[in-house]
Design a protein around this ligand. Structure first.
Ligand code: DLL
Length: 436
């Protein structure tokens, strides 16, 4: 195995006592700041009867109210900012449960922290200044491309911002520019590996050594396949835009859990039903409190991601706690090709069209390793028996509306009236035929 390298030895290997002291000080100052600068938090804290001064220990975190994605949406676009807009130097956004997306603002210091934290994760995955890094994540409002880009530059690697898609071009670049590290979603990495196989490209022509994959759940089986087909070491990294983006947690070469950057984010695991904090080691929903974010601090943000948290003495030397690979969520958000989609978004779009009933179904599948999504839409009787031309027009407009709203190409199929399943209880409109 390669030797472990650590980007920020002091922060990543500090004693737990010192770390906890840091966390408490930073938490207290974050609470003071949000109380002073964010009306939403002032009201929330007052409503819960806790003042920033009531937090004397990390255990007191439990007394604070949660923040949810819906809170961010309700304060769209800039209500969660703790700094004036003129201090914001970057804005990203992420899919909301319905309608409006959530907006994330970054100050100059936040951008610096972000690069540092991504540099830590890249280093943990084996990337150094010697690497040629091909970033095949989308560049845009999604945090994947830009987040990893700045971290890789911080390390001093040679960064190729190729963005996602156009696999033949990716392969040409990978071969000719002698890419050593590939960064994208695990499903795209798997797809690339299949194209390599199909085109009988010998691995010997490539210089790839490692891959850092994240933004969606993936299994150990998938890791083994990607590593085998690409001849690389593959590590997992996790993050979410509300908290910053990639850079929250990442595996070291031990591949035994993702070290979470606890000196910037305090993790808790709660029971998603009761909201009670669970003892360390139990599986539940990850909740994150940001303690260094300037522009948009979040107190006890409910990620909806299910995992476990544990502290062990990792052979890499890091003392930071680890989360287990994230494999599920507590809400109905689905992730397709790294893009977050809520069924309610699809429903809202479909509702805009005449001739469509409220019944639809989302069918997820795999084409090779790539996710596919097809929306079955039940039409009204009169439309179905009408001319073909009208049907085709409807199909095209619905497909285009979904593509532009979700940022994702999806298949659409019109089905006859009364053919889709009806539900007595909670509707389950997603059929997921993907295995992870
Ligand atoms: O996916 C940030 C990111 C970009 C992380 C690139 C890693 C690499 P969002 O688009 O806001 O941000 O989606 C966040 O994606 O709550 C998880 O449900 C899921 N997710 C992210 N990373 C992983 C992972 C980015 N490694 C949501 N394993 C999160 C499983 C992941 N799920």
């Amino acid at each position: 195995m390669e030797k472990h390298k650590i980007w920020d030895v002091e922060s990543e290997t500090m004693s737990r006592d010192r770390l906890e002291q840091f966390q408490l000080e930073r938490l207290q100052s974050t609470l003071n700041r949000v109380y002073r600068n964010v009306t939403f938090y002032r009201n929330r804290l007052e409503g819960a009867g806790v003042m920033p001064g009531d937090v004397h220990s990390l255990e007191d975190l439990e007394k604070l109210p949660f923040t949810t994605k819906e809170d961010l949406r309700d304060n769209y676009p800039y209500g969660m900012l703790a700094v004036p807009l003129r201090e914001v130097v970057r804005i990203h956004s992420s899919t909301g449960t319905t309608g409006k997306p959530t907006v994330i603002g970054y100050s100059r210091n936040d951008m610096d922290t972000w690069s540092e934290l991504v540099a830590r994760i890249l280093t943990a995955g084996g990337v150094t200044s010697e690497d040629v890094v091909q970033i095949a994540f989308g560049y845009g409002l999604f945090t994947g491309g830009f987040g990893l880009h700045y971290g890789a530059e911080r390390i001093g690697a040679s960064v190729i911002p190729v963005s996602s898609g156009n696999t033949r071009k990716q392969l040409m670049i990978m071969e000719d520019y002698r890419t050593t590290a590939l960064i994208c979603t695990p499903s795209y990495a798997h797809f690339i590996s299949e194209v390599i196989e199909e085109h009988h490209i010998e691995l010997g022509r490539l210089s790839l050594k490692r891959g850092l994959f994240g933004a969606e759940p993936w299994s150990e089986r998938m890791r083994v396949e990607i590593e085998g087909k690409l001849g690389i070491t593959a590590t997992d990294n996790y993050g979410l835009s509300e908290v910053m983006g990639p850079g929250v947690a990442g595996e070291c070469l031990e591949k035994s859990g993702l070290h979470l950057n606890e000196d910037h984010y305090i993790p808790e695991i709660i029971d998603p039903e009761t909201g009670r904090v669970l003892p360390i080691g139990e599986r539940g929903e990850l909740v994150i409190t940001t303690i260094t974010n300037e522009a948009m601090p979040l107190i006890r943000f409910r990620t909806r991601d299910l995992t476990r948290l544990y502290v062990d003495s990792c052979a890499c030397g890091r003392t930071l706690a680890k989360i287990e690979k994230v494999t599920g969520r507590t809400d109905d958000m689905i992730i397709i090709k790294g893009i977050n989609v809520f069924p309610s978004q699809v429903e809202q779009i479909l509702n805009q069209f005449e001739g469509i009933t409220p019944h639809y179904q989302i069918v997820l599948g795999r084409d090779g390793a790539l996710d596919t999504m097809e929306v079955l839409v039940e039409v009204h009787e009169n439309l179905f028996f009408d001319e073909m031309k009208k049907q085709r027009e409807l199909l095209d407009t619905v497909r285009e509306a979904l593509r532009s709203a979700l940022g994702l190409g999806v298949g659409v199929k019109l089905v006859e009236p009364k053919t889709l399943e009806r539900f007595q209880g909670k509707a389950d409109r997603v059929v997921d035929n993907r295995e992870i």
